[in-house]
Design a protein around this ligand. Structure first.
Ligand code: PLP
Length: 402
């Protein structure tokens, strides 16, 4: 099928929950993808921070081939070798001591919410409330959209579950003031807000949250669904801030393109999950976990993190140069290869024009162009992406000044 035919079938049969660009991507290699009409694009979206090793990476393809020839799926009624190995490696390389596997970011956060509720019931006299932040994004299940600090995500789903409150992000005082000693059990934040517009908080904010949690016996949950697995140049974003959470959620890049989520926790918290407390049929699936293990190994040993730091600098410098040139760019921000360019106005048209010119980017929080290419992207592809962007911005600037 070509683009048009795929779009027609999608519109007829697929639930209408997404605003989609009018192309269908059918093939990829590295940081490049092709649509059904054969047009090539540079992919600075990477499945929204999923394809950390790019498309068609040999380590991922090899793990899929090997594991699918052996065993695709068995129930968690039995022990699963790739699941145990991935859990061990995640714990080895993080603060965590136990892992619960699931299939998505929302489910990872749902697991965290359920775990802290059980912990509160068991150890803290029934405390249940979770404080999260405005502008955050934690998922689309009823509990996680309630934790999400964006009205548009919650609209239409009343009555929402009780036990969630929001405060401004990067505002320690607001969080301190919001804690209710009788009910609050946990604080849930993204170490870097992704969907909220690539917002990097002050180091003292996350450190302050840690101190607050220690003082008040609260649990600190970091949602690293977008910022984790190397995206910032370190395996986990919290490493930049010198702060460890009690619980961390992962998904997106964890499976390198296969659906895989995880909730990681310290043993003292994780032990509130006992047999029957939580479960997922596909969670920890042998195929997804063996690919996850290959992704983690490649990130740690294959130079992807170093490349992310290096290419992040190149991209950041290029974006800063564009900021100097175009007055309607307000700010460049981010870490590693999660970078945002905040504009004076809505960025939708620029995204459309970039796509037309062969560069895929997206826009979050209306005005922030987001750049989240594969972590293995090379210098030439960054340079090509920047050149396309510059052309589009120049045209946009010209039409603005008319
Ligand atoms: C920080 C964060 N948490 C949770 C989610 C939800 O993940 P999923 O779409 O896999 O449920 C996202 C998705 O964008 C995210 O960015």
């Amino acid at each position: 099928m070509n683009n048009r035919q795929i779009i027609n079938v999608t519109q007829k049969y697929v639930a209408n929950t997404y605003t989609r660009f009018p192309i269908a991507l059918v093939r990829g290699k590295g940081a490049r993808v092709w649509d059904a009409d054969g047009k090539e694009y540079l992919d600075f979206v990477a499945g929204i921070a999923v394809n950390c090793l790019g498309h068609n990476h040999p380590a991922v393809a090899r793990a899929i081939r090997r594991q699918s020839a052996k065993l695709l799926h068995v129930s968690n009624l039995y022990h699963i070798e790739p699941q145990s190995e991935l859990a061990r490696e995640l714990c080895r390389h993080s603060f965590a001591e136990k892992v619960f596997f699931c299939n998505s970011g929302a489910e990872a956060n749902e697991a965290a919410i359920k775990l802290v509720r059980r912990y509160g019931a068991e150890w803290l006299g029934g405390k249940y409330e979770i404080l999260s932040t405005y502008n955050s994004f934690h998922g689309r299940t009823l509990a996680t959209l309630t934790a999400t600090g964006q009205e548009k995500v919650r609209a239409g789903y009343d009555p929402l579950p009780a036990g969630f409150r929001h405060v401004p992000y990067n505002d320690l005082r607001a969080m301190v003031d919001a804690v209710d000693e009788k009910t609050t059990v946990a604080i849930l934040v993204e170490p870097i807000q992704g969907e909220g517009g690539v917002i990097v908080p002050d180091k003292s904010y996350l450190q302050g949250l840690r101190e607050l949690c220690d003082q008040k016996e609260l649990l600190l949950i970091f949602d690293e669904v977008q910022s984790g697995m190397g995206r910032t140049g370190k395996l986990f974003a919290y490493e930049h801030f010198g702060v460890e959470p009690d619980i961390m959620t992962l998904a997106k890049a964890l499976g390198g393109g296969l659906p895989l989520g995880a909730m990681l926790a310290k043993e003292k918290v994780a032990r509130s999950f006992v047999p029957g407390a939580h479960a997922s049929t596909f969670g920890g699936n042998p195929l997804a976990c063996s690919v996850g293990a290959a992704v983690l190994k490649t990130l740690l040993e294959g130079g992807a993190l170093k490349n992310c730091v290096k290419m992040g600098r190149v991209l950041n410098d290029g974006l800063l140069a564009l900021k100097k040139k175009f007055g309607f760019i307000r700010e460049i921000r981010g870490r590693g290869l999660i970078l945002g360019m905040e504009l004076e106005q809505d960025g939708g048209k620029i995204v459309d024009d970039c796509m037309e010119a062969g560069l895929l980017i997206n826009c979050t929080a209306h005005k922030v162009l987001r750049f989240i290419p594969p972590l293995v992207i090379g210098k030439n592809d960054i340079a090509r992406g920047l050149a396309i962007l510059e052309n589009v911005l120049a045209r946009h600037g010209a039409s603005h000044s008319r």
